[in-house]
Design a binder for this molecule. Structure first.
Ligand code: SF4
Length: 398
């Protein structure tokens, strides 16, 4: 057990912006008092955002799920269907474009094109869809996919990962969402996603993307049975790549949802573990600008708290989300509520772009947007009351 004085010294050094080692990060994660950890992380956040430290951001986006067919069969996933299953569905381009139209209509700025590893979808599929989306809605940012999809589509098309990245970028992909990171260390990754590429390969492809000018965010799935040391190792692997490329814009941890998947909820991260991870990420990832707190998987109150543990962003109002919702994420929200949540946590809310510019700073409640159509899960298939594919809720097909 680390001496209290040692722990305080590490915490003070981290709070002042000094780099901490993976071993020190693990000690802080395991043993630092929760509030002291939060204070240190908040001090780092305030210094990084000096001048705008009173602001916390959110984005309006839509996840567009183009198919649930997937050959990869991750054990934590409640979304996919085996390609020959009668539960498989795909969305055609017209349907996808209608969803983009709704997104624009509701003030959304970003889409996350998200789906399974379909056995027939190679680079050409993504080229065609991204080009069509950009032709129809050039104002939408396509922040989508990750190294796993690149690896898969390159294999289907018989090209290199580099060629795949270059081609989908040229067709309209703006940045990678960093999907598929799950847990990067080998043991927990193999346990939950044995058919996915290795963590090293995931990072290699993201590094390649950064070098080709395609930035990304990075993610982490917590609570599927990984150890504390493996959580910190995940952070170390990201920090090492970031030292070389600077291409990760943000780090976004989220928690495993226990329903309808092969892991059957045997393990889960606690909310305190989540907050501690947010804080340690802010301290350890001194080279990643944005730390995103989530309300979708951990709830709105913990989302609010995350803003005091080093997070500067509360993620998105997802007009549509089906992946973690299929696994039991029950939280719903809307723009009015997100603005209120941020304000009640003592910060000024601001709508942001994919690249974190502030579009609209809500510094006067009298000027708050009143459009109550901007709600999460507007046309999700995964929740009761959501519209089932291929229906759309607010945009007529006429
Ligand atoms: S997480 Fe993604 S790759 Fe894994 S089974 Fe689900 S859809 Fe497929």
């Amino acid at each position: 057990m680390t001496e209290k004085a040692d722990l305080t010294a590490v915490l003070d050094r981290a709070a002042e912006g000094g780099r901490i080692t993976p071993e020190e990060a693990l000690e802080l994660y395991r043993h630092a008092p929760l509030h002291a950890l939060g204070q240190a992380a908040d001090a780092v956040r305030r210094r990084r955002y000096a001048g705008t430290e009173h602001i916390a951001t959110y984005i309006i986006e839509r996840n567009i799920n183009y198919t649930n067919a997937c050959v990869t069969a991750c054990k934590f996933c409640a979304f996919y269907a085996a390609p020959k299953s009668d539960k498989v569905w795909t969305r055609d381009l017209d349907d996808i474009l209608r969803r983009c139209a709704e997104t624009v209509e509701l003030g959304g700025t970003q889409i996350m094109f998200q789906g399974g590893h379909h056995p027939d979808y190679g680079v050409e599929y993504y080229e065609e869809h991204f080009a069509a989306i950009k032709a129809a809605y050039p104002q939408l940012v396509i922040h989508s996919l990750g190294a796993s999809e690149v690896e898969h589509m390159a294999r289907i098309s018989g090209v290199s990962a580099e060629d795949a990245i270059r081609r989908i970028h040229a067709a309209g992909l703006d940045s990678f969402a960093g999907a598929g990171a799950e847990l990067l260390p080998e043991r927990p990754r193999k346990a939950i996603a044995p058919l996915k590429e290795s963590g090293e390969r995931w990072l290699e492809i993201m590094e390649l993307a950064h070098r080709l000018g395609v930035e990304s965010t990075s993610t982490m799935l917590m609570g599927t049975g990984e150890t504390n040391a493996e959580r910190i190792e995940h952070l170390r692997m990201i920090r090492d790549v970031q030292d070389r490329t600077g291409g990760f814009r943000a780090f976004i941890p989220y928690t495993y949802q226990p329903q309808n998947n092969a892991l059957k909820g045997r393990t889960q991260a606690t909310l305190f573990e989540y907050l501690r991870l947010i804080a340690v990420a802010r301290l350890f990832l001194d080279n990643v600008a944005h730390i995103q707190g989530s309300w979708l998987t951990v709830g709105k109150e913990v989302g609010q708290l995350s803003l005091h543990y080093g997070a500067d962003d509360l993620g998105s109002i997802m007009l549509e989300e089906n992946v973690v919702s299929s696994a039991g994420a029950k939280h719903r929200s809307n723009r009015t509520e997100i603005i209120d949540l941020i304000r009640k946590s003592g910060r000024v809310p601001a709508q942001r772009t994919t690249t974190y510019e502030h579009i609209l700073v809500h510094d006067d409640p009298a000027n708050d947007p009143v459009d109550d159509h901007v709600v999460s899960h507007l046309s999700s298939t995964a929740i009761e009351g959501g519209t089932a594919h291929p229906e759309l809720k607010i945009l007529s097909t006429n």
